[in-house]
Design a protein around this ligand. Structure first.
Ligand SMILES: Nc1ncnc2c1ncn2[C@@H]1O[C@H](COP(=O)(O)OP(=O)(O)OP(=O)(O)O)[C@@H](O)[C@H]1O
Ligand SMILES: [Mg+2]
Length: 300
């Protein structure tokens, strides 16, 4: 019989899972989970600050910026889940309350699509080709009525897929929206998003960039690997933070968080199905993980 107390390499809340059979553990390992790391906690703290900021004419805004697949959306989703909607029947005023609203900047954006995205996120029906003014009025009314305090705009770099004129109009609109409703805006996107914001001087000094850079071979990276190891129910310790394995993972993932997680997850599945029960250099080599830059080359 396996004694779960023996799994000292696992987080105490995970140890009992190591006794489950292979199929159940593989399913668990493949399920998305939130892994806390220092930079994400800092970002969540900065987002919470925005939420508690008193209304004033000039609200502070944040721009979460980093390479693709590097954890930006996961952070804003975690923030949104921490401040969920309250139904009308639960609030004293009898109006639903939505402290944090998250939308995506539509590709090829114009005012009509942008307000359409806001109405969709608010669960409001609207005609796709209806008039801009009607959508704007409806969106503003519901944003006010539901007490939205932070508007998160993911995929902000999609701004750049519009014409120069459209870009300018939308940047003006963002500035106007923040002032009019006195809400904080959180942009989320790649370096291109930063470029778009910086093309407007007035927006540039309202948005504080919060960079989420690629991962480097440092203490933070090794802590991330240790945290990952502690939540994946393998029966033996892997020592992912040891220098040789850590640099293998960093090289294979090219420092991208999504790639780090997916590489370790694939290796963990192999470790279970092969019966080795630990991630080793051999498991990493055998997991058939292709570096992101090579994958892109193959795709061309
Ligand atoms: N905090 C986290 N805990 C666990 N896994 C994470 C975390 N952050 C990111 N990941 C992993 O990385 C993947 C990519 O994350 P995410 O979708 O947030 O990236 P992104 O920066 O928004 O990318 P894009 O710019 O392409 O939208 C996730 O699907 C998940 O597997
Ligand atoms: Mg994203």
């Amino acid at each position: 019989m396996v004694v779960s107390e023996a799994y000292a390499h696992l987080h105490p809340s995970i140890r009992h899972l190591a006794d489950e059979d292979q199929a159940a553990r593989i399913r668990r390992i493949r399920t998305d989970r939130w892994i806390g790391y220092a930079r994400a906690e800092l970002a969540l703290g900065a987002l919470d600050d925005l939420l508690s900021f008193p209304k004033r004419t000039r609200m502070p805004n944040l721009l979460v910026v980093g390479p693709t697949n590097n954890g930006k959306t996961m952070i804003v989703e975690k923030f949104r889940r921490a401040h969920p909607l309250r139904e009308a029947c639960e609030t004293p005023g009898g109006m639903a309350s939505i402290p944090v609203l998250k939308v995506q900047m539509p590709p090829g954006p114009d005012e009509c699509r942008f307000f359409g995205a806001i109405l969709d996120a608010l669960g409001m029906p609207h005609a796709p080709h209806g008039r801009v003014a009607a959508k704007q009025d409806a969106a503003l009314r519901v944003l006010r009525d539901t007490g939205v305090r932070v508007l998160v705009i993911d995929e902000l770099h999609n701004l750049l897929s519009g014409s120069a004129l459209q870009q300018r109009r939308l940047l003006n609109l963002l500035r106007w929206l923040g002032n009019e409703l006195q809400i904080a805006l959180v942009g989320v996107g790649t370096a291109e998003a930063l470029r778009a914001i910086r093309s407007d001087d007035q927006l540039a000094n309202r948005f504080e960039p919060f960079p989420l850079p690629l991962w480097d071979d440092d203490d933070g990276f090794r802590r991330l690997l240790s945290t990952l190891e502690a939540v994946l129910p393998l029966r033996r310790a892997s020592g992912l933070a040891e220098p040789a394995i850590a640099s293998r993972i960093l090289a294979g993932s090219e420092g991208v968080l999504g790639e780090i997680v997916s590489m370790v997850v694939r290796a963990a599945v192999m470790a279970i199905s092969s019966g080795v029960e630990a991630i080793t250099m051999r498991t990493l080599d055998g997991a058939g993980f292709v570096r992101p830059s090579e994958r892109r080359r193959v795709a061309i």
